[in-house]
Design a binder for this molecule. Structure first.
Ligand SMILES: [Zn+2]
Ligand SMILES: [Zn+2]
Length: 449
């Protein structure tokens, strides 16, 4: 016990001693650096206090040559090197040059302030853009989540429908199986009664069993139509059948994706906007009562054969983003586009700069008209529907092949005026181009959804 105590005490002593040593060495290190720093400061001050001497003449540098911007001594002043130079006493020269330095510093200070503010502004913009991107990311996620949710719901519904069908079909088969089972059990019981009788060795025992049980039992199995030489038994199997199960979910089995996709369209927001077309009450242009279709009126005579009037939308747009789809079908000639400042457009004065138009020209293919210039578009597609995206904020008009959502062309404009849609049903072409242009509507009767 003493030994243990002694060991513990000596161990604690060692730990204490070690801590003291560490403390002392740390203190010595600090003290050393303090001394070093003081020596450095004193040396610096001594250096500063030292009078500067001319290295050439060993005289005090008492003058400042303004011409050379250099310290000089009185002997230097009289030398050839500084002939006709202007000198100032050091004190005065230092004052003057300090002023210059102050002005420079002032400028730097102002500039640095501007740097700081620029850095701050740029950093703020970076954060703002990052935040914007994050918000957009969240928006994208939310929109996809909505679609995923819809699809998951549809998937669950389809599976539930299958489950219900399965339940119905299996129930019928289960009932049939129970009936077969029941008859099998009865038949088996019969067999169990009759089988052991074959084992009777004594004829009297067998006959006694026969008259009591066997005869009745076997007679019950017969049809009664047989003859003694040809006994006929009643089958309890013959009228049984094996029920097969099958179900069919119709289009939700054979055309599942297309049907679900079409259903999904009803839950999508936003869809292409609807429009009302102005009816200019022209004898050559037919606008449908609801203002969603236009076509050329039938030309009875050859007069005005090539007269090709069009119309514009009632609605004007100056803010936000808009998307429409126009069904052009198989029409060989049409024009779809955007007009700025429609009020003057409907009047006779026409300025080509303020419209962006996509034509299908019967003779030339797809042509983009903008700023009074026509550009032929090289596209192999022949869309049945044209999508038009108008971004009033970025001042852009884009045309899409709305059959597959590929972009045909995009144009930047710079007019501030409100825009409207313009549609021209195209040349009559002896009646082959009399199909209407239709503003597509995606307003579904969505029922209780
Ligand atoms: Zn000198
Ligand atoms: Zn000089």
């Amino acid at each position: 016990f003493h030994l243990r105590l002694w060991l513990e005490v000596s161990f604690s002593c060692c730990v204490f001693l070690f801590s003291v040593l560490v403390f002392v060495s740390e203190f010595a290190r600090l003290f050393h650096s303090l001394v070093e720093w003081t020596i450095w400061r004193v040396t610096q001050q001594l250096e500063m206090a030292k009078v500067l001497m001319c290295s050439d003449h060993d005289e005090k540098l008492k003058l400042f040559c303004k011409t050379c911007q250099k310290l000089v001594c009185v002997i230097c002043r009289d030398g050839d090197k500084h002939a006709r130079h202007v000198f100032k006493p050091v004190k005065e020269a230092a004052q003057i040059n300090k002023m210059v330095l102050k002005a420079a510093l002032n400028f730097l200070d102002k500039e640095n302030g501007q740097f700081k503010s620029l850095i701050h502004k740029q950093k703020t913009e970076i954060t703002k853009t990052e935040d914007e991107s994050k918000t957009l990311l969240a928006k994208i996620s939310a929109q996809f989540e909505e679609m995923h949710q819809f699809l998951r719901q549809k998937e669950a519904e389809a599976k539930k429908q299958l489950e219900n069908e399965e339940e119905k079909v299996i129930e019928v088969m289960q009932k049939n199986l129970s009936m077969i089972d029941l008859r099998f059990t009865e038949s088996k019981k019969n067999e169990d009664i009759l089988q052991p009788a074959l084992e009777f060795d004594q004829p009297d025992h067998f006959l006694q069993w026969w008259s009591e049980t066997g005869l009745k039992q076997t007679e019950a199995m017969q049809t009664g139509n047989g003859t003694p030489s040809n006994t006929q038994y009643m089958s309890k199997v013959n009228d049984l059948i094996v029920r097969t199960g099958s179900f069919f979910l119709g289009p939700h089995e054979t055309h599942l994706q297309f049907f679900v996709w079409k259903e999904m369209l009803g839950s999508i927001k936003p869809v292409p906007e609807s429009l009302t077309l102005k009816d200019p009450r022209s004898a050559y242009l037919k606008v449908s009562p609801k203002g969603t279709k236009i076509r050329q009126a039938d030309r009875v005579t050859g007069l005005y054969k090539n007269f090709n009037p069009g119309t514009v939308s009632e609605e004007n747009f100056q803010t936000g983003q808009h998307y429409w789809e126009i069904e052009v079908g198989e029409k060989p000639d049409w024009t779809v586009g955007v007009k700025m400042d429609a009020e003057t457009q409907l009047s006779a004065t026409k300025s080509a700069e303020s419209e962006i138009l996509l034509h299908l020209k019967h003779s030339k293919g797809y042509v983009l008209s903008w700023d009074g210039e026509d550009t032929t578009l090289n596209t192999r597609d022949k869309p049945q529907k044209i999508g038009l995206y108008l971004d009033c904020e970025r001042k852009q008009v884009s045309f899409y092949n709305a059959d597959n959502m590929s972009r045909l062309v995009q144009i930047n404009y710079n007019l501030m005026k409100p825009c409207c849609l313009t549609l021209v049903p195209g040349l009559y072409l002896n009646g082959i181009n009399c199909d209407p242009l239709i503003v597509c509507s995606y307003k579904f009767n969505t029922g209780n959804r």
